[in-house]
Ligand binder design. Sequence first.
Ligand code: SF4
Length: 487
Amino acid sequence: MEELIEENHPVRLVNDVIDRINVDPLLKHYKPGGTSVYHPRMLLKVLVYGYLTNIYSSRKMEAALKENIHFMWLSAMNKPDHNTIARFRSERLKDALRQVFGQVVELLLEEGLVSIKTIYTDGTKLEANANRYTFVWGKAIKTSKERIAKQLDELWKYTQQLAEEELTDEVPADFKEIDSKKVSRTIAKIDQALEGKPVSKKVKQKLNYARRNWPSKLAEYAEKEAVLGSRSSYSKTDPQATFMRMKDDHMLNGQLKPAYNWQISTSNQFIVNYSLHQNANDTLTLKPHLQHYHDLYQALPEAICADAGYGSEENYDYLEEEKIDNYIKYNYFHKEQSKKWKEDPFKSQNLYYNQEKDTVYCPMGQPMKRIGDRKSKTSSGYAQTYAQYQAIHCEGCPLRGACYKAKGNRIVELNHNLRRHKQKVRENLTSAQGLLHRSKRPWDVEATFGAIKHNRGFRRFMLKGLQKVEIEAGLLAIAHNLAKKAA
Ligand code: SF4
């Protein structure tokens, strides 16, 4: 068999690299005693080579182990069945694969193929292995709860009118926050108060319906809200998958699909870090993604380059704190380079700001004094401060029509912290180093996604649940790195 395998065949590389890896983290999952088992190193080789050759199903791997010379050579003629392969993938690899991935990157580092000092980061939404039409929407739950609260309030008020003395001891009912217990208690009180009273047939029917359905419905909503967490939706067939807008929209109807947000960092088209997120918003993924990076290499990168999807004040603050050189664009970075933008004297970003006097000067030269601050919070809870400046007298100004449309004297808002960050980022991005990173980013990280999704045809995860999907992402990353090295 040895003679039949070509000298430079990728299977030899997989065999060689996995042989050099310390599999102690994997061995920890095996207890002594019991029946003999297939060696985890051999199973890992089979899985990595499967992902490298676009064989993702454990049944297909089982078949390949009986008929594909490369798989047979790699497994030394061992023939684990699909259950063994699937169990190894989803259970034994769960805490160990990230360390295995880290060791593969370290081998690439030793050979000078990658750098972990400067990284290019991007994300893609990969479809989950879940039904596209069995969804739970957070908004629908909120609306249903509000409807129940409103109807309960109406029933309560009706009871108050009809049986005022029975409800005199009661504290005024507040149905803003309702749950199963509260609703059951309230309905019982209403029943008690209305006993023997001439209640209309419609109300009787409503009460019967409420008694039978509302408590169980609210208990169900509470369970669903616990699964949702801070997400807006989930899939019933993979509750950890969130509905996201995908780029490949073949039906052209903007349909949301259950998916995971896969973030990677690359260097020379090799993946050096990966993380999976249940949130579609790239901005919120940067910090946890870099945390994974730190866990892998016990240090953070020296420089990071990413697209405008990551450019937020919170991320800029974080990168500054961690002393990471920041080549991350912000919204409008390209727009504000345009002549039209630069020459528009009415744009609040183009108004002259005097830091010493903390005053903005409007296009007519009128000083705009600071009138206060507006505080806001992002969806991740990050606090932002916008300083507000107002012109003293806009009435009768010849530029009034072109300047702004609102009533009263013009108010402009400036986020000084973000302006400071933007200034720094602008300098970085337009420097010689920045231009190099900007031109390299698309072919470095975006091409990696292209290789996996288009060339390798991996467009949907095979496994369900965040933890198992993370294992698949890790196997894909290792396979991609080895395929790249072999090429
Ligand atoms: S409208 Fe008000 S803010 Fe605008 S240019 Fe005239 S004085 Fe200045």
